[in-house]
Design a protein around this ligand. Structure first.
Ligand SMILES: O=P(O)(O)OC[C@H]1O[C@](O)(CO)[C@@H](O)[C@@H]1O
Length: 232
C-alpha cells in the first residue's frame, strides 16, 4: 500500500462481517472481523486536492484482504449510483493496483449481468445504470483505486433487499446464482474493455488523470458517454 501511496493516509472506513450480513451468500454467526478498508478522498498535493474538490470528484483506495466466508470470496457490499442531472446514472472508474479483482456488474433492470476479470494495472469503467460489487478472487490482497463523482450517495437498498448481487462467487464452485432474484440471465464473464475511445489509456495510473478537465468530465456528466460503446 505504502509503495503506491507515499503520503499519509486518513483512517479508513471499514466494513465488518456484521455490516455485510445482508449481502452474504451464507449469513451466520461469524466473529465480527474487518473485511475491507476504504481510504476516501485522497490527493497527492494541495493543488490536486483543490482540483478534485472544484470538479466534484473523489479519488479513493480500497484494500480487500483475501479470504472466504463459508466458501464465498471476500467482496464489497455492492451499490448502485443515482442519476446525474443529465438523467444518466453516475459512472465510475476503477483500477487494480495490486492483486486481482472481479467486478460484478448488474443493470438495474437485470437485462445484463457481467463479471469483469481484472488484473494489475487494468482500468474498469462502471457504466451508467450498473450496480457493482468488487470481489477478491485470489489468495493475495487486492488494492484498487477509484475516481468517482462526489456529488451523490451510493444506493444500497437493492442489494440489501435481495441478500446481495445476482451471483455469488465461491472459491470451489465458482459463480452461483442468488435465488432471491428468481430466473435471471446467465452471467457473462469478460476481460476489461479498451477505454481509449473515451480517452482513458490502458495500464496508466488513473491518478494521472487528476487535473484533466476533459477526460474526467463524464464522471459528472455521464451523457458525454452516449456516443460510445462502453457496454462491458
Ligand atoms: O460502498 P461499498 O459497496 O462498500 O463499496 C465500496 C467501494 O465503493 C467506493 O465507495 C467507491 O464507489 C470505494 O470507496 C469502495 O471501493
Amino acid at each position: 500500500m505504502n509503495k503506491f501511496w507515499e503520503g499519509c493516509l486518513p483512517a479508513p472506513a471499514i466494513r465488518t462481517i456484521n455490516d455485510m450480513q445482508p449481502v452474504l451468500a451464507v449469513p451466520g454467526a461469524y466473529p465480527n472481523n474487518n473485511l475491507y478498508f476504504m481510504y476516501r478522498d485522497l490527493s497527492k498535493s494541495d493543488s490536486d486536492k483543490k482540483w478534485l474538490s472544484a470538479h466534484l470528484l473523489r479519488f479513493d483506495l480500497t484494500r480487500i484482504p483475501p479470504g472466504t466466508i463459508s466458501g464465498e470470496f471476500a467482496k464489497t457490499k455492492g451499490h448502485y449510483h443515482p442519476e446525474a442531472p443529465d438523467g444518466r446514472g453516475y459512472p465510475e472508474l476503477y483500477q487494480v493496483i495490486h492483486g486481482s479483482a472481479h467486478y460484478l456488474l448488474q443493470k438495474e433492470d437485470l437485462s445484463d449481468i457481467v463479471a469483469i476479470e481484472a488484473g494489475e494495472g487494468d482500468v474498469v469503467l462502471i457504466p451508467p445504470g450498473y450496480g457493482h460489487v468488487t470481489i477478491n478472487p485470489s489468495s493475495e490482497e487486492l488494492l484498487m483505486s477509484n475516481i468517482v463523482s462526489d456529488a451523490f450517495s451510493s444506493i444500497y437498498g437493492h442489494y440489501e433487499e435481495k441478500q446481495g448481487a445476482t451471483y455469488y462467487e465461491f472459491e470451489k464452485e465458482g459463480w452461483r446464482a442468488n435465488p432471491s432474484y428468481g430466473d435471471i440471465n446467465k452471467i457473462r464473464v469478460v476481460k476489461p474493455k479498451d477505454l481509449n475511445c473515451i480517452g482513458i489509456p490502458a495500464k496508466t495510473s488513473i491518478y494521472d488523470l487528476v487535473g484533466d478537465d476533459e477526460k474526467l468530465a463524464f464522471l459528472n456528466k455521464p451523457s458525454l458517454l452516449d456516443d460510445f460503446d462502453i457496454t462491458p
